[in-house]
Design a protein around this ligand. Sequence first.
Ligand code: GLC
Length: 482
Amino acid sequence: MHIAMISSEAAPFMKTGGMGEVVFGLAKELAKLHEVSIIMPLYKGMQYIKEDDILKKKPFREFFVNIAWRREACEVYKVNLEGVNYYFIRSDRYFMRDHGIYSYHDDIERFAFFTYASLDLLASFKNNKAKIVHLHDWHAGLLPFLAKEEENYNNNFSKTKFVLTIHNPAYQGLFDVRALEEIYELDRVYFDDGRLEFKGMVSTLKAAICYSDIVTTVSKTYRDELLSPEHGMGFQELLKEKKDYFIGIANGIDTNYYDPEKDIYAKHYSIENYSKGKLSNKKIVLEELGLSDESKPLIGFVSRFTWQKGLGLIFASLNDLVNRGANIVIMGSGEKELELYASNYMNNFPNNIKVIIGYDERLAHLIYAGSDFTLVPSLFEPCGTSQLIALRYGSIPIVRATGGLIDSIVAYDGINHDKANGFNFINFDASSFLQSLHQALDIYYDNKWLFKRLIRNGMKTNNSWKKYAKLYLRAYNKAIGK
Ligand code: GLC
């Protein structure tokens, strides 16, 4: 089977969050048995192989894309990595930009270009061989719609099935109907008759939900949450109509890359000798960041900075944490306001709190390897990656009981020491969060036996892609059998 993933980002070439890792992790696992491609833009600032080096190759394809009443040149470059074929869509006008890969005034046009270019590339494959086209989030959301509704394309895709994975439905690809005509060059009848209309706008995510054969999201519990008016973000009725064709499949992590026994950045340790191993990593983190005292609990938070991630709760509890003798390391970047707040808190507690604005892969690994606890107090969390990495490195997750965090963390409840691998709290408020923090710190200080037990339970948890890739294959086959 040929599976083509369409994504705005994919590790190791470009990742800004969990989605980029998921696309690569899943693709790599599937590629052991199937032909797998990833189609993504060629950005400025590519990681792993620089764009200049990719551009030294001969283009795999060259064509023009009709967009916004212009003909835009497009080149495609192909790179094979770990069995996965990456196809990079090149348009310097749209993707060679200086300030990251998202949040430009013309994002709608940039990703409309990406959508059409991906479609043309897929159509150019011999025998239209992609059986499954697997989309991720809103960026190329109109692709299945175009493939099914537009005459130019539908001959090419009669045998193709479309699968959408929703990673974060807060991003809906919304735009004014005028852009449907002016950028996508489509008739506004699709909006007027309701097919593409969502909350008075066009939504590429809605289009993807409606026109995909199967929709998945990244955990079972988040699937159920999306069906409720409270958490469905307006998509609940559409998703309900999908019935058995809307499925929750959790994310795995790359257990080779995130492996305390052979990590490329951290001191190695296993479940047998983690105590010593984690301590040496803790020392490195403390020393590098100018903190002190490895007998203190070290608490880590590595994440994008958005309100979704519960940074407000963390800020509200810093005082208490410092009073209880903890060191806290916060790393990430995102919303400027949050970056500013975080830096101010660091200045208030210079001996106990370190904030690193930005993302440093090496330091991230060291924080997971050296910390005792990892915070994931999200408002909502479709799956979450941080808690999965933390488990693997024996850093006990303290999470809010929501979405994928419910499914991946067995919270300690006073008696389940044989299974528990973390702590959780239910209400999104500082006092509930603090309660779980105190529970965790009490155990750190007063019950070493239990503390170690939770670490070991966590390190034993299996979240490898092997487990979840099988479920995707089942979903693909279900789409094919539809
Ligand atoms: C989004 C979600 C996160 C999920 C990730 C990968 O970033 O917010 O919960 O883990 O996508 O699926």
